[in-house]
Write a protein that binds this ligand. Structure first.
Ligand code: KIV
Ligand code: NA
Length: 267
């Protein structure tokens, strides 16, 4: 597979072909993804919760992001690699935002993603001007859970719906190449998708978007908690636990290590 670029994302929207993404945070999963036709990998700040055991994404730092981005980049996946800008890496000033986006690009990100709509317009514009593609993220923005009042669905009231459309348009106008829409009603996501020319990638926002994204630990059945909109395609937790239990009993019963697993000088 040839390296996927942001132009391929835009072409897919034009051709009405679905854009399919997953998160990934480490070398082995990025290696496996490399052998598939997935379009993009998001090194999401969800890594704080799913791999580092933190309570929320406010606790994720640039250092966390760079460590996991490096691991994904080392697998040299042909997919577009998008790295999340963590909390406080883009809110303080456009200068900080450009520097931090630049750091992610220097570490091998093909694009960065940051949360927010109209309020991040200038930041998006500045990062794009520096030559780094930006993916927007609207709807439920987990880094703002305190202000939103938890992890609730957005777009219920007319005012909220109107704001989401305005946010999407502001991001497009600022130069974003695509937008993640998280946790909103499917008709709202449809309306947003139809009102902009850049692709929408949805999670918990229904089927009328230009693409879909899932957290890989949800898909694999490795998460503590799977939201209703995520589909578990395999129960890896169960499989892993069974493998560990098999190992324990084989060692106890003297069945592991077997002859093929060790060398002896008397045989
Ligand atoms: O961090 C993440 O995994 C995300 C996706 C849910 C879009 O931002
Ligand atoms: Na994220």
């Amino acid at each position: 597979m040839e390296k996927v670029t942001i132009r391929d994302f835009l072409k897919k929207k034009e051709k009405k072909e679905k854009i399919i993404m997953l998160t990934a945070y480490d070398y082995p999963s990025a290696k496996i993804i490399s052998q598939t036709n997935l379009d993009g990998i998001l090194v999401g700040d969800s890594l704080g919760m799913v791999v580092l055991g933190k309570e929320n994404t406010l606790k994720v730092t640039m250092r966390d992001m760079l460590i996991h981005l490096d691991a994904v980049v080392k697998a040299k996946p042909p997919q577009l690699i998008v790295a999340d800008m963590p909390f406080l890496s883009y809110e303080t000033s456009t200068k900080d935002a450009v520097k931090n986006a630049g750091l992610l690009a220097r570490h091998g990100a093909d694009a960065v993603k940051l949360e927010g709509g109209e309020e991040v317009r200038d930041v998006v514009r500045a990062i794009v001007r520096a030559g780094i593609p930006v993916m927007g993220h609207i709807g439920l923005t987990p880094q703002r859970f305190l202000r939103i009042g938890g992890y609730r669905i957005l777009g219920k009231r007319e005012k909220e719906e109107e704001q989401l459309v305005k946010d999407a348009k502001a991001l497009e106008e600022a130069g974003a190449f695509s937008i993640v829409i998280e946790n909103t009603y499917s008709d709202v996501a449809k309306k947003i998708t139809e009102s902009i020319n850049i692709p929408t990638i949805c999670i918990g926002a229904g089927p009328y978007c230009d693409g879909q994204i899932l957290v890989i630990h949800d898909l694999l059945g490795l998460s503590d908690f799977t939201p209703y909109f995520a589909k578990k395609y395999i129960d890896l937790r169960g499989l892993i636990r069974r493998a560990i239990e098999d190992y324990i009993s084989e060692v106890k019963e003297g069945r592991f290590p077997g002859k093929e697993h060790y060398k002896s000088r008397d045989s």
